[in-house]
Design a protein around this ligand. Sequence first.
Ligand code: FNR
Length: 188
Amino acid sequence: MSYQVGYFVGSLSSTSINRVLSKALIRVAPNDLEFTEIPIRDLPLYSQDYDDDYPAEGRSLKDSISASDAILFVTPEYNRSIPGGLKNAIDWASRPWGQNSFDHMPTAVIGASIGVIGTAIAQQSLRAVLAFSNTRHMTAPEAYIHFTDEVFHDDGTIADSDTEDLLRSYMAEFRDHVQRVLTVLPRR
Ligand code: FNR
């Protein structure tokens, strides 16, 4: 049995270091996790005015989450918080009222920054949002990744064995978390 993991990259940058991190995470993940990126770029800014008739981008987002067994967030920190594009996507997924796509969803968050703080504050903000969204969030381990070109290569290879071990362990823990949650709260 394999698990379908939808993942969000919280950056719209064409040179995103968090996209590189997502490739690295997929490389070291257990074999029974299958990954599909859930794009956020083309979503309009959310408004309740859309609730009666979601546009195609909003429906596609919610369908992608529904097709997932778990969601992984790989995000930068913007001004000590969640990037606006990612927060907008979460708002879309959480609505219309009563149709929250994240209900009971196994989730985890990780991120990379060029600073040594490694997205710690953005992750704390995101955890609060995911708690309110009623996800079943992996509380530990946490992983705050200080990104350097020497360690992370564009194709997702990792040039430092300690970092590779850390990410491998993180993904193994995520996989166990997903299995535990779905054992109690099967999605289908
Ligand atoms: C940043 N950056 C940043 N870094 C950080 O550690 N804490 C922060 O609060 C911020 N704030 C911030 C705001 C904005 C608007 C930008 C554009 C950048 C720097 C950030 O870590 C760096 O640009 C990363 O490359 C962003 O990740 P992606 O987009 O490359 O994945």
